[in-house]
Write a protein that binds this ligand. Structure first.
Ligand SMILES: Cc1cc2nc3c(=O)[nH]c(=O)nc-3n(C[C@H](O)[C@H](O)[C@H](O)COP(=O)(O)OP(=O)(O)OC[C@H]3O[C@@H](n4cnc5c(N)ncnc54)[C@H](O)[C@@H]3O)c2cc1C
Length: 92
């Protein structure tokens, strides 16, 4: 396609994944050793679909000290230090 030689990039866009290289899953909840420092990050390209449940769950945790609607404890941050990855097969 010789015409492509004349094409020039005039603008670009990049979407950076926020990556959790441990197991590519969200890290949600308290960050030890602090019980008043919470995080919701590391969703690695599938966080949008989990955002409503994550927001609700984290709000419950902060407000009441526990999850009520959904148990999000499998996404707890401690699993990294424990060396227990939470693998998700149905994502890229
Ligand atoms: C190309 C692409 C495609 C995707 N496709 C899908 C999909 O199909 N389905 C799906 O479920 N998910 C998808 N995702 C993933 C999803 O978008 C993310 O998992 C989700 O947006 C993460 O939400 P977040 O709030 O954790 O982080 P973010 O949305 O990244 O929000 C972090 C915010 O913090 C701000 N910030 C950063 N540093 C600072 C600082 N120092 N001070 C103040 N603010 C700061 C940033 O500006 C940003 O607004 C995709 C992501 C990308 C990049």
């Amino acid at each position: 396609m010789p015409a492509f030689d004349a094409l020039r990039v005039t603008s670009s866009w990049a979407g950076y994944y926020e990556m959790n290289t441990f197991d590519h899953n969200g890290l949600v909840g308290a960050v030890a050793p602090y019980d008043n420092l919470c995080t919701a990050c590391g969703f690695s390209g599938h966080g949008l679909q989990q955002a409503p449940a994550t927001g609700k769950g984290l709000a419950e945790l902060i407000a009441t000290g526990a999850y009520h609607t959904l148990d999000l404890s499998p996404l707890r941050v401690d699993r990294v230090a424990e060396g227990k990855p939470l693998r998700e097969a149905n994502i890229i």
